[in-house]
Design a protein around this ligand. Structure first.
Ligand SMILES: [Zn+2]
Length: 94
């Protein structure tokens, strides 16, 4: 147990150390800023994922989903090939 000062009622309260810890006196979250920061971070990640062209959405048709999955796969394959080709070039010149 750690003692923490509640920002809401300004009384000392026991806490476990989790970001979900609440004040014993007023039940206020002790780490509200930490939780909201995490939520914002999560939202930004979700947003960038959903804005990606290759993100498979629920409303996509079966054909669109297949094309997107193929493109994701092809992109990975492209980088692997790029790596292999550059490795071969590097080795053959060494
Ligand atoms: Zn309090």
């Amino acid at each position: 147990m750690i003692k923490a000062l509640c920002k809401n009622c300004h009384q000392w309260t026991n806490r476990v150390g989790l970001e979900t810890d609440r004040c014993e006196h007023c039940n206020e979250l002790l780490d509200e800023h930490r939780i909201s920061y995490r939520k914002v971070k999560h939202k930004i990640k979700e947003k960038s994922e959903s804005e990606s062209l290759l993100f498979v959405r629920e409303e996509d048709s079966e054909k669109t989903r297949k094309v997107k999955r193929f493109l994701v796969y092809a992109r990975v394959l492209f980088f692997i090939l790029l790596f292999l080709v550059s490795a071969i070039i590097f080795l053959s010149h060494g």
